[in-house]
Design a protein around this ligand. Structure first.
Ligand code: NI
Length: 196
């Protein structure tokens, strides 16, 4: 297992724990004095065609949302491949109700055209989003994404990042996280259960 993998797994565990705590806190203290912990929020990013896209542009659709980066050697392409397979396994009538979205944690290298070309390899329905460092940072904070640059040889770098799939409802509200290791058939089942 590569260092990248180990770090990614650690990051994934970290975020999974953080999300469990979020769910536990919001589940057991509903209406209590603890501050509301939310996942998700408004964003304004740029798609593969260079067009500015906000969360509001997706109202009426379920989003299957994943944060990663195009230089990722393993976890991101595997997860996006699983998302593409899950889309194929949805009942045909439901497929148009779900938009798979890939948001970069590496806006420095993932320009609109780079991320646009990358996501097209996973299917025509995929949307790739990038943006300014500030806009990406805001989305990462809203979705509790862990992302950290680490240096490699010859000035190269990799991004350690959390790896969970977020499901957003047609009204824009976050509804669930799916494990990135979930088999595509189960992912499709989970989406149907969530009302897709
Ligand atoms: Ni990755």
């Amino acid at each position: 297992m590569s260092i990248h993998m180990k770090r990614s797994l650690l990051a994934g565990v970290f975020v999974a724990l953080a999300l469990c705590i979020v769910v536990l806190v919001s589940g057991t203290h509903r209406g209590a004095s603890l501050p509301e912990v939310t996942i998700g929020g408004p964003f304004s990013l740029v798609d593969g065609a260079g067009k500015t896209v906000s969360d509001r542009d997706f109202r009426g659709k379920f989003l299957l949302m994943y944060f990663g980066y195009t230089h990722c050697p393993d976890v991101c392409p595997t997860t996006l491949g699983a998302m593409a397979e899950a889309m194929d396994k949805l009942p045909p009538a439901d497929r148009g109700r779900v938009v798979p979205v890939f948001i970069t944690v590496d806006p420095q290298r993932d320009t609109p055209s780079v991320i646009g070309t990358y996501v097209r390899a996973f299917g025509p329905e995929f949307v790739g989003l990038t943006g300014s460092t500030a806009a990406i940072g805001k989305a990462e904070r809203e979705y509790r994404v862990y992302a950290q640059k680490h240096a490699l040889d010859q000035g190269d770098y990799a991004m350690d990042h959390s790896s969970v799939i977020y499901v957003i409802r047609p009204d824009g509200q976050f509804v669930a996280v799916l494990d990135d290791q979930m088999p595509p058939a189960k992912m499709a089942q989970a989406l149907v259960k969530l009302g897709v």
